[in-house]
Design a protein. Structure first.
Length: 60
């Protein structure tokens, strides 16, 4: 008989969008793109990942 209690914890992955817009990563991107629009770059990356399921499966 299989025990269906939730003894096994499900690991919930952080979404790419929340990872890339987090303060640490966002700060690094803005640091590398001095004088450029880091927000626009982040938006383009998030859009590319959401449009491509293979990219969405990758680790951030």
């Amino acid at each position: 008989m299989e025990n269906k209690n939730s003894l096994v914890k499900k690991v919930q992955r952080e979404t790419f969008s929340s990872y890339i817009t987090g303060n640490a990563v966002k700060g690094k991107i803005n640091q590398m793109l001095v004088g450029k629009d880091g927000g626009r770059f982040i938006t383009a990356i998030v859009s590319a990942v959401s449009d491509n399921s293979a990219l969405a499966e990758c680790d951030p």
